[in-house]
Design a protein around this ligand. Structure first.
Ligand code: B3K
Ligand code: ZN
Length: 865
C-alpha cells in the first residue's frame, strides 16, 4: 500500500478558486456535474496534474468548453491525470455515482431515506474529480435537484440563493458558501426532515438563524442540542472573542454515521446520538455528550474551518485544540473538578494503551497509509493535553494572546502545528522549542517522584525523573518539558508556602532528572503532585498508604483527591489479583471510603467519582501481563466487600437521594451517586439472596427518567437476576422505536460478563433489529463485546475468533468502522501466551481476507508486523 510521509509534503501546483457542483439526486444513480476553475501556482510548467477520484464513473470531460481528447488525460486507480494542462482553465466533468450502494458512509450516500455526505478526510473525491487536499481552498456553489416528495429539504453549506420547481415533481435549490474552504468541509443533505428553529444574536448584534433538522417525531428532542449550541456560541465570544460568521447554522441528525459528528461549514452533520435527548429516552451521560459534541463542532468553525490544515499530518492542530476548547467549555458549564477527572479517565482508557502498543504514534504522525486510521485518542485527547500544557505554561491571559495572534495571522489559511506553536511563542516572547518534542515523540512518559523531609534543615527535597519507553520506530526518547503543578500539605491538610508566598507552584522538569528544595518547613509535609493532572504522564508517586489515605480526604485539588483513592483501590486490587485470598478491604482504603461516605458536604457528582472503583481495563493496564479473569474477580469481590461493609450508608444514600426528575447539575450528581449506591447494594447482596434486586426492579419499573431506568436495567441484566429475560423483553417492547435506546439494549447484553454471552451475541447479530449497515448498531454489539474483558479475552480464544469473523464481514461494507473496531486486537502483547497466540491467529486470518480494505490492512499490519 502507498504510504504517505509527512516529509514529502509539496505545495500544490494548482489551486482551484471556484467549484460549482450540480447534483441530480437519485439513490441508485446520481449525476454530478462539476465546474472547477484551475490556476497554476507553480513556477515550472506542469506536465501532469493529478486529480483525486474514487468510485466515479466518468460520463464526460471538458476543458474550457471543449471535450478532452484521449491524449490529454488518463484515468488511473486514484483518479484522473490531466496531461500538459494550460496555466489556467475551467474543467467540467460529469460523473455517475451510486449513493444507495455506498455502505462506506464516506462521500455521498443514501441511508434512512436521506442523502448525506461525509467528506473528511478524503470523501469528496468520491463525489467528483478534484484536488482533494486541505490546502486547496475554493469557493463553492452547489445546486441540488431532487424529487420534491422524497426530498422536500435540500441543504448545502452557506446561504440558500435560489430555489425552484422542475418537471416531473422535481425541485432544486442553489447554495453558495462565501468562505473559501477545503473539500473536506463540503456537505449537502437532502431528505424529508422537520426543522427546529431558534436564533442567536452575536456580541456585535448580528442575528443568526439556528436550525436543527431531524425526523418529524424527534422535534421535541432537540432542546439540549439547541441550548448547548447557544451556550457554546456565547462562550466562544466570551472566552476567545470569536463570533459566528454566517447568517445560518444548520445541524442535521442521522442514524447512519461513522463517527460522532462533522463540522462542515455552516452545515454540521451529526450522529443522532449527539442531538436527540428527552428525559424519558436519554441518560444524563447522553445529555452531557450532546453538550460537548455540539460545542466541539461549533468551536471548529474557528479552529479548523476559518483556520484549516495544510495537510493531514497536522490533524491535531484542529482536533487537539478543539477538544481542549470543548473540555474547557464543559468545565465552565459544569463542575471543573469532575470534568477533569472524566477527561483524564478517557485519556487513560483510550490513549495510554494506544501509546503503549504497536499502534503508538506521535500527536503529529510521520506516516500513514489510510488517514482515517489516525483519528485517534492520541491525535484528539493527547493533542488536547499538549494544548493544555501550553495553557498551563503560559497562563490564561497569555494563552489568549497567543490564540488572538494565531487567528490574526492565519485566518483563511491552511497551516501547521508549527504555526500554532510559533503564534503562542511570538505573542508572549516565550521559547517553546523544547516543548515541540511533545508533538513528535510517541509514548507516555513515566514520571518518578521521590521526596524527603530533612528535620534538621526544615526542608523538603523533591526529585523528579522522567523516562519515555520506546515505541515502534522510536527506540530512543528525549526528555520532554513536563509541567508539574504541586503543593505541600502540612499535617492539618493546609497548603504551606513554597519558598515565598505562593502555596502552589508549577515545576518544569526539562531534564531527565531535577531536584527542588523547599525551605522554612518546621514540620513534615505531604506532597500533592501533578495537581489537576498537569501533564499526560504516568506518575510513580512516593506516597505510602497512610499519606494516600490522608490526601484522599484532605487534598484540596479535586483531581488528586480522587487519584489518591484510586491509587489505594488499584493497590488493593492488584494485591488480590496476585493472591485471591487477600480479598479483604485494606484499612487505608476502608478509611478513605468511610470518610467519603460520611461526608455529606462533598458535591454528589464528585462524591460518586471518589467512590467509583477503577475499571477492569485500568487495573489490567497496571500489570505487565493482564490477568483477565483474576482482575475481573478481584474487582467484583472488592465491590462486594465495600457493598457489604457499608450497607447502612449505601441504603441511606439510596433513600435520601430519591427525588423527582430535574435536569440541573446537582440533581444529575445525586442521581449518579444514588445509582452507584444501588450498584454497591446489589454487589453486596449475599449469594442467592436477591433482596436488593427488588430495589432495582422497582426502580426499573417506576423511574421517571432514562438515567435511573437504564442504571437499574443494566444491573439486572448484568447480574442475570432470574427475571432478566423478562426485563430484556420489556425494555425492547417499550423502546423498539428508539434506535438509540435499542443500541443500548444491544450493547448492555454484549457487555454482560458471563460465559454464555458469546452465544447470546451470536443471536443478537441475527436479531431483526440488527443492521450491518448502521454503525451505531454494529458498534453497540461488537464494541460492547470487545469491551467485555472476560468474554472477549476468553482463555480458549473463542472471543477473538468470533470477533475477527465479524470484522471480516464488516470490512466489505464499512472499512472505516471495521478498522476502528479492530484496534483491540492490536493489544495482544499485553496478554499471556495462549491469548497472544489466539489474537495473532485472528489478525492473521483477517490479513488473508480477500479484498481487504486499505483501512483494515494498515491496522493489522501495524498491529502485527
Ligand atoms: N472532524 C470530524 C471527524 C472526521 C473523521 C473522519 N474519519 C469530527 C470532529 O472531530 O469534530
Ligand atoms: Zn473535531
Amino acid at each position: 500500500a502507498v504510504v504517505v510521509q509527512r516529509g514529502d509534503y509539496k505545495v500544490p501546483s494548482y489551486q482551484i478558486s471556484e467549484i460549482a457542483l450540480d447534483l441530480r439526486l437519485d439513490p441508485e444513480n446520481t449525476e454530478v456535474s462539476a465546474c472547477l476553475h484551475f490556476q497554476c501556482t507553480a513556477t515550472a510548467p506542469v506536465t501532469e496534474l493529478h486529480l483525486d477520484g474514487e468510485s466515479l464513473e466518468l460520463l464526460s470531460l471538458q476543458r474550457d468548453g471543449r471535450t478532452l481528447a484521449e491524449h490529454e488525460y488518463r484515468l488511473t486507480d486514484a483518479g484522473l491525470v490531466l496531461l500538459n494542462p494550460p496555466e489556467s482553465f475551467v474543467l467540467e466533468s460529469r460523473v455517475r455515482i451510486h449513493p444507495a450502494a455506498n455502505s462506506t458512509l464516506s462521500g455521498l450516500y443514501h441511508a434512512g431515506g436521506q442523502f448525506l455526505t461525509q467528506c473528511e478526510a478524503e470523501g469528496f473525491r468520491r463525489i467528483t474529480y478534484t484536488l482533494d487536499r486541505p490546502d486547496c481552498l475554493a469557493r463553492f456553489t452547489v445546486t441540488l435537484h431532487a424529487p420534491q416528495k422524497n426530498c422536500p429539504v435540500l441543504l448545502a453549506n452557506g446561504n440558500c440563493m435560489a430555489t425552484g420547481d422542475e418537471e416531473d415533481g422535481w425541485h432544486w435549490a442553489r447554495w453558495e458558501d462565501p468562505y473559501p474552504k477545503p473539500a473536506y468541509l463540503f456537505a449537502m443533505v437532502a431528505g424529508d426532515l422537520a426543522v427546529v428553529r431558534d436564533q442567536y444574536r452575536t456580541a456585535s448584534g448580528r442575528d443568526v438563524v439556528l436550525e436543527i433538522y431531524v425526523a418529524e417525531r424527534d422535534t421535541g428532542a432537540c432542546v439540549q442540542a439547541m441550548d448547548s449550541l447557544k451556550r457554546a456560541m456565547h462562550w466562544d465570544e466570551e472566552v476567545y472573542g470569536r463570533e459566528y460568521d454566517l447568517d445560518r447554522y444548520m445541524i442535521v441528525a442521522t442514524d447512519s454515521f461513522n463517527m460522532g459528528a462533522m463540522e462542515n461549514k455552516g452545515l454540521n452533520i451529526f450522529n443522532a446520538k449527539y442531538v436527540l435527548a428527552s428525559p424519558e429516552t436519554a441518560t444524563d451521560n447522553d445529555y452531557q455528550g450532546i453538550e460537548s459534541v455540539i460545542a466541539h463542532e461549533y468551536f471548529h468553525n474557528w479552529t479548523g474551518n476559518r483556520v484549516t490544515l495544510r495537510d493531514w499530518f497536522q490533524l491535531s492542530l484542529k482536533e487537539g485544540l478543539t477538544v481542549f476548547r470543548d473540555q474547557e467549555f464543559s468545565a465552565d458549564q459544569n463542575s471543573r473538578g469532575v470534568q477533569r477527572i472524566d477527561d483524564v479517565r478517557r485519556l487513560r482508557a483510550a490513549q495510554f494503551p494506544e501509546d503503549a502498543g504497536p499502534l503508538a504514534h506521535p500527536v503529529r504522525p510521520d506516516a500513514y497509509s489510510e488517514i482515517n486510521n489516525f483519528y485517534t485518542a492520541t491525535v484528539y485527547e493527547k493533542g488536547a493535553e499538549l494544548v493544555r500544557m501550553i495553557h498551563t505554561l503560559l497562563g490564561k491571559a497569555q494563552f489568549r494572546q497567543g490564540m488572538d495572534l494565531y487567528f490574526q495571522r492565519h485566518d483563511g489559511q491552511a497551516v501547521t502545528i508549527e504555526d500554532f506553536v510559533a503564534a503562542m511563542e511570538d505573542a508572549n516572547q516565550r521559547d517553546l522549542s523544547g516543548f515541540r518534542r511533545w508533538y513528535g515523540q510517541a509514548g507516555t512518559p513515566i514520571l518518578r517522584a521521590t521526596g524527603s523531609y530533612d528535620p534538621a534543615r526544615h526542608s523538603y527535597t523533591l526529585t523528579l525523573r522522567q523516562e519515555t519507553p520506546a515505541t515502534p520506530g522510536q527506540p530512543v526518547k528525549e526528555p520532554v518539558p513536563i509541567p508539574v503543578r504541586m503543593a505541600l500539605l502540612n499535617t492539618q491538610g493546609q497548603r504551606v508556602p513554597l519558598n515565598g508566598t505562593d502555596r502552589e507552584s508549577i515545576l518544569l522538569l526539562e531534564q531527565t532528572e531535577q531536584s527542588w528544595t523547599f525551605d522554612n518547613l518546621p514540620d513534615p509535609v505531604i506532597p500533592s503532585l501533578l495537581r489537576g493532572f498537569s501533564a499526560p504522564v504516568r506518575l510513580e508517586s512516593p506516597l505510602d498508604d497512610d499519606a494516600r489515605s490522608f490526601l484522599a480526604s484532605h487534598d484540596d485539588d479535586p483531581f488528586n483527591r480522587w487519584e489518591s483513592i484510586q491509587d489505594l483501590a488499584v493497590k488493593a486490587l492488584l494485591a488480590t489479583v496476585a493472591d485471591a485470598s487477600l480479598a479483604s478491604l485494606p484499612s487505608a482504603l476502608r478509611h478513605a471510603v468511610a470518610a467519603t461516605l460520611g461526608d455529606a458536604q462533598i458535591d454528589p457528582a464528585f462524591r460518586a467519582e471518589l467512590l467509583s472503583l477503577p475499571s477492569e481495563d485500568y487495573i489490567g493496564e497496571q500489570m505487565p501481563v493482564i490477568a483477565v479473569e483474576a482482575v475481573h474477580h478481584a474487582r467484583d469481590s472488592l465491590m462486594r466487600t465495600i457493598g457489604m461493609q457499608f450497607v447502612p450508608e449505601w441504603m441511606g444514600l439510596y433513600h435520601d437521594l430519591a427525588a423527582t426528575y430535574q435536569r440541573d447539575g446537582l440533581s444529575i450528581g445525586r442521581r449518579r451517586l444514588r445509582n452507584l449506591a444501588l450498584s454497591y447494594l446489589i454487589a453486596g447482596d449475599h449469594e442467592g439472596h436477591e433482596g436488593m434486586a427488588l430495589y432495582a426492579r422497582q426502580q426499573y419499573a417506576q423511574a421517571d427518567n432514562m438515567t435511573d431506568r437504564l442504571a437499574a436495567f443494566q444491573l439486572l441484566v448484568q447480574h442475570r437476576h432470574h427475571d432478566a429475560e423478562d426485563i430484556l423483553l420489556d425494555f425492547y417492547r417499550r423502546w423498539h422505536e428508539y434506535p438509540l435506546l435499542i443500541d443500548k439494549w444491544f450493547a448492555i447484553q454484549a457487555a454482560t460478563p458471563r460465559p454464555e454471552t458469546l452465544r447470546q451475541v451470536e443471536h443478537l447479530l441475527v436479531h431483526p433489529a440488527f443492521d450491518w449497515r448502521v454503525p451505531n448498531r454494529v458498534r453497540a454489539v461488537l464494541g460492547g463485546f470487545a469491551a467485555n474483558p472476560t468474554v472477549f479475552h476468553a482463555a480458549d480464544g473463542s472471543g477473538y475468533a468470533f470477533y475477527a469473523e465479524q470484522l471480516r464481514r464488516l470490512d466489505d461494507l464499512n472499512p472505516q468502522t471495521a478498522a476502528r473496531l479492530a484496534t483491540p486486537l492490536s493489544r495482544w502483547q499485553r496478554y499471556d501466551a495462549p491469548r497472544q497466540q489466539a489474537m495473532g491467529e485472528a489478525l492473521k486470518m483477517l490479513a488473508g481476507k480477500p479484498k481487504l480494505s486499505r483501512d483494515l490492512a494498515e491496522v493489522i499490519q501495524r498491529s502485527h508486523p
